[in-house]
Write a protein of this length. Sequence first.
Length: 147
Amino acid sequence: MSKPLHVPYAATLHVKDACLCLHAQRAARALARRFDEVFRPFDITSGQFSLLMSLNRPEPPTIGSVAGLLAMDRTTLTANLKPLERRGLLTVEVDPRDRRSRRLALTGAGMALLARALPVWISTHAEVEAALPEGGDALRAGLLALA
């Protein structure tokens, strides 16, 4: 019979204090909760705001390009698109240049919702940045370096 493995409690404390992944996840959850709260009157989440904003482009983007921007796999993105499409905030259409591809576009209702939600994002984002050292520039640069 083999001896059970043991991880010292000191290792747990070290991971709790030093783990970049843990701290990034905790911060991401806290930020998402904060933005989810301010977007509640618009009946969207912070993730849905980001998804809708990613469609605000001169030409309708492909599912693949949006998935890349949002660091999502296509299956997850497609699942996240469905409730927004049902609400009439976006359309998913066949790409006329490549019938195998799909393009995403904001509808008038989607653009109107973004126009109402954007000032709330701007003010909330400014509050968050003001609470960060260097106004968030160092954090943003570090996160971009990891991505």
